[in-house]
Design a protein around this ligand. Structure first.
Ligand code: BTN
Length: 320
């Protein structure tokens, strides 16, 4: 934890040196403790320059996640985001749900370097090796249940906007997959618990997985359909900074849900609209043309006989 605090202070300082005394004061520890933490950060791969009478300066930070820095970058948000980082978990969504059921507050964020049992939509496995961003956050929305469908779409719009901050323009595949150059870059899984008596969500867990670096062990069948940011753009944003951007946009989108503020972004960057899709819904399968979205992000499809239908749950595979 002390290493995380020191790292956040160095990240905030950027190119400026921070004295050992200042770091010790800010962290509330001795200068020896600061020195030990700096040494451990070095063992973790962080390159920290130490100059006599000036202090410390971070010159290279590897992919190491910094919880405190993410929290600092989300200061001023309505939701008090509290970040917990783990090297390895089975699934951040599973963990977040367990903590939610135990009463964890809105704003809990779990980030893992890798997952051994990542969960995907429709009960699928989500491959989550080291190098990607795997995060889940907990919301306790007081929204009407009719807005719940839109929450899922909102999250896709939020991640789209967050990536846009880094110059990356993704396409959104209904309901909430993000694509880059025709391949899947990010998956989102929303899970929650509904209180049938109060007709309200008790909690909602939003899980986001973004491929940041190529995975040499990617299963053969996924290779033609999955991509990562480094392959597509040559680099990837730092996970602590990207996480903060996602949380800020997620909050903004949720707050604007009643006014459907996600919809213009969601529609403008849809890669589903205008295509023939094979829909798998509760009522069965069909192939139809995707022609629009309802205000709560239901997919409007037009059947060959001209009849229109709104699909609210299921999947839509683009076939033409
Ligand atoms: C999908 O594409 O089917 C959704 C994938 C969602 C994956 C994320 S990774 C972080 C969070 N924890 C999980 O177990 N799943 C989600």
């Amino acid at each position: 934890m002390l290493q995380d605090t020191i790292l956040a202070a160095l990240l905030t300082a950027g190119d400026t040196y921070v004295s050992g005394e200042q770091l010790a004061r800010e962290a509330g520890v001795s200068r020896t403790a600061v020195w030990k933490a700096i040494e451990k950060l070095g063992q973790d791969g962080c390159e920290i320059e130490a100059v006599r009478n000036r202090g410390y300066r971070l010159t290279h930070m590897p992919a190491r996640f910094c919880m405190k820095y993410t929290e600092q970058l989300t200061e001023g948000c309505r939701i008090p985001w509290q970040v917990q980082h783990y090297r390895e978990v089975d699934s951040t969504n599973r963990m977040a749900k367990e903590l939610a059921a135990q009463g964890a507050p809105e704003g809990l964020v779990l980030v893992a370097d890798r997952q051994t049992a990542g969960r995907g939509r429709l009960g699928r496995h989500f491959h989550a090796p080291e190098g990607g961003l795997y995060m889940s956050f907990l919301l306790r929305p007081t929204l009407p249940i009719s807005d719940m469908m839109a929450v899922t779409a909102c999250m896709a719009a939020a991640v789209h906007c967050a990536l846009k901050e880094f110059g990356i323009t993704t396409q959104i595949k209904w309901v909430n997959d993000l694509y880059l150059n025709g391949r899947k870059l990010c998956g989102i899984l929303s899970e929650g618990s509904f209180n049938a008596e109060l007709l309200q969500m008790e909690y909602l867990v939003i899980g986001i997985g973004i491929n940041l670096v190529p995975d040499p062990y990617l299963p053969e069948e996924l290779r033609p359909i999955v991509t990562d940011l480094t392959t597509e753009t040559g680099s990837a944003p730092h996970r602590s900074v990207l996480t903060a951007a996602i949380l800020r946009h997620a909050e903004e989108m949720i707050d604007g849900i009643g006014a459907h503020t996600f919809l213009p972004v969601y529609t403008a960057h849809s890669c589903t609209l205008g295509h023939r899709v094979q829909v798998r819904a509760q009522r069965g399968e069909c192939t139809a043309l995707a022609v629009g979205f309802t205000e709560d992000a239901g997919l409007i499809v037009q059947h060959p006989d001209g009849k229109r239908e709104v699909i609210r749950a299921g999947s839509a595979v683009i076939v033409g």
